[in-house]
Design a protein around this ligand. Structure first.
Ligand code: ADP
Ligand code: MG
Length: 515
């Protein structure tokens, strides 16, 4: 993008509002326009232009090479892995990959930037236009789907960190982050509501994690968003925007948009005008406040970095990047529906993040093996169990799927016991609870606790007789036509059998007894 070129157009889908989010003012309704610039730290053991390590949480200034400290005469050398990850990310959003790109110096003075400039890419970014498809509510398969344009992804260095809370009168500088590779993923101003922006960010994070190019941990700062917001009368010209910097959670991004859009409407409605400025989000107050008037690109005196040659990629490198792309969330979601026959809801939930999908696929493979069936045959039961039983339990324990105390192999054993009729679904809930506590194999638990399901008709009939005897009026009502009461008798009989009766046998015997 050339210096000074603004946004005078929306991408083709820009006008198709996914949610009719409007702010009501005295002079009518206002539409909100949002564009996000996401800084994503590239997953790489070494920095963008030096060999220094990038581990999170290291002692201050222990991961700083002479290059990162900007010692005179040091020369940057691009790290192939960082470029590879950015290219793979571009491919994952169907973006144009520019085989010829170049690094520029963005000049400014700040104590956390020893070079006095950041090496970035303004004029010729590595990745050009792409697109991210988002669904307003991923958990609701009927909610609206929209394509959000990505204008570019460029690669740049991170700065160091100033620490103001270490000493009463001094500030310190930690250069561990100095020179770490970032991808700046710049969206088009295509979003129209806080929800859309939240969905975009969630989807982008999901894609980055699938690709493995960024860990997406917003709370550790490895992904942060600059939130550009403007308001306008629906369909009118784009308004002046403000940019709220470094917002570090999806929820905060949504809050910042809501609050900032409302503020702009208030200013405009009271006859004021919006100043293009940089703002800060205060998570405690849930509001944005002015930081500085916004600088333009020319303020930075960008120019091509004379220490670096243009970056030229060959086809072999691009092929290698493409070959290592995993199946991405949308493709996986489609396949779960078409090949495995999962509901749209289950497919959406299981593909929303890479760890969940990986866990599910291990469970599926293992279940098919244990039950000697095809994956499609066991997929429905496995997906339902994972979503309603294991997710529920993990939620209560406050654990993520990667930290599940129950492995996919153990889960598959449990599903096998349900599948072959050894235990019922309700007993399986009890068995899961014990598995979570003890880590024991489900078969062992079922054996030791005597939880095997019984089809012993004699025992079941005896309990049915007692249930009918204890409820003569309900029996009469049922026989008089109140069919719904059948469930009551099933429940009572199962309870009497401590959940261990084969439900199918209970049904049959009850029908006979109630005649
Ligand atoms: P800069 O690099 O100075 O922040 P850009 O022109 O690269 O500026 O735009 C940055 C972001 O601002 C992009 O994500 C873009 O979508 C968004 N944006 C541009 N114009 C508007 C606008 N009028 N309202 C909301 N967002 C906007
Ligand atoms: Mg910006």
């Amino acid at each position: 993008m050339e210096e000074g070129q603004g946004f005078d157009r929306l991408s083709p889908n820009g006008n198709k509002a996914m949610s009719n989010y409007r702010i009501q003012g005295a002079t009518g309704e206002w539409e909100v326009v949002i564009g996000l610039e996401v800084h994503a730290q590239v997953t790489s053991n070494a920095k963008l232009f030096s060999g220094a390590p990038t581990a999170f949480g290291a002692e201050p200034n222990t991961q700083v090479s002479l290059i990162d400290a900007a010692m005179p005469g040091m020369l940057p050398v691009p790290n192939r892995e960082c470029i590879r990850q950015a290219v793979r990310t571009g491919m994952a959003i169907n973006a144009v990959i520019n085989k010829w790109s170049r690094f520029d110096r963005k000049n400014y003075f700040y104590a956390d930037l020893p070079q006095g400039y950041q090496i970035s890419q303004l004029y010729h970014p590595l990745v050009g236009e792409g697109v991210i498809t988002v669904q307003l509510d991923e958990k609701d398969p009927d909610s609206e789907v929209k394509e959000i344009g990505v204008e570019r992804i460029h690669v740049e260095q991170d700065a160091g960190k100033l620490m103001h809370d270490q000493h009463p009168t001094r500030s310190y500088v930690d250069l561990n982050r100095s020179g770490v590779a970032l991808m700046e993923i710049v969206s088009r101003p295509d979003m129209r509501s806080p929800q859309e922006a939240g969905a975009y960010l969630t989807k982008l994070r999901s894609i980055l994690r699938y690709v493995g190019s960024c860990d997406g941990n917003m709370d550790q700062g490895s992904m942060r968003a600059d939130v550009n917001v403007s308001v306008r009368k629906p369909g009118g010209e784009l308004g002046t925007r403000t940019e709220t910097k470094n917002v570090n959670s999806v929820r905060f991004v949504m809050q910042a948009i809501e609050q900032e859009a409302q503020r702009q409407v208030d200013v405009l409605e009271s006859g004021g005008r919006i100043v293009q400025e940089t703002r800060l989000f205060d998570p405690d107050k849930g509001e944005t406040r002015s930081m500085r008037s916004k600088e333009d690109a020319h303020d930075y005196r960008y120019f091509p970095d004379p220490d670096l040659l243009p970056l030229v990629l060959d086809d072999a490198f691009l092929d290698e990047c493409r070959a290592t792309l995993p199946e991405l969330p949308d493709a996986k979601r489609g396949r779960y529906e078409s090949e495995l026959g999962l509901s749209a809801y289950n497919a959406a939930v299981l593909t929303a993040d890479a760890d969940t999908a990986r866990w599910f696929e291990a469970l599926l493979a293992e279940s098919a093996r244990v039950q000697k069936k095809g994956e499609a045959e066991v997929a429905k039961a496995a997906s339902n169990w994972l979503i309603s039983e294991l997710f529920g339990a993990l939620n209560r324990l406050g654990k993520d799927i990667e930290d599940s105390p129950v492995s996919p192999e153990r889960g598959a054993e449990l599903l096998g016991l349900i599948g072959d009729g050894t235990i019922s679904g309700s007993i399986a809930k009890q068995v899961l609870e014990i598995m979570l506590e003890t880590g024991d194999a489900p078969a062992k638990i079922v054996e030791e606790k005597g939880l095997k399901q019984t089809s012993d008709t004699g025992a079941i009939e005896a309990e049915i007789a007692k249930v009918l005897e204890a409820n003569p009026d309900k029996v009469a009502d049922y026989r008089g036509g109140k069919d719904k009461l059948f469930g009551f008798f099933v429940g009572q009989t199962m309870k009497a059998m401590q959940g261990k009766a084969n439900p199918q046998v209970v049904n049959e015997l009850l029908k006979k007894a109630l005649g």
